[in-house]
Write a new protein. Sequence first.
Length: 180
Amino acid sequence: MAEVVVFVVFAFAALAGAFVMLLARNPVYSAIGLLTTMFSIAVFYVLLDAHFVAAIQVIIYTGAVMTLFMFVIMMIGVDRDEDTSERIPYQRPIGIVLAVGFAAVIVAAGSGAWVTGSASFATPDLNGTIEAVADELFGTWTIPFLGTVFLLTIAALGTIALARYGPTGPRPIDDGEGRT
């Protein structure tokens, strides 16, 4: 029962993060939505008893890739001033109540003893271990893995090139004293 509660809570969190990523006008908010979705996926890996894959998800994607995305977003620059006034009355207290309720549900669901993963795995001792991941990653999935690496590298380089040069040519670099 607790496994179902954790799954449902993080499924809603993953969907909410995906919608925020797609619908936010500010690229920083989109990156935070993607971060929420990636962290929820790591929780799903823990539910499937793949702890190594969950740790890699958090360290590499939620940590390193999101740091790269935020660096690129900040390098491009968001030149709009943000309106920091609270337009929704009682937004802060409602957010605090929801956060405390979310934490209470997670603690209540995780406090009981429960078994994760499926009993249908043929080799439960290798499920989620480094050996099982390496066999799949560098055996079956080598070409898609390398394709993803190249795609992310090309996307980051393209974003940096667009930020530097733009559609009209190179932008002058300001030295801070009004000289270019």
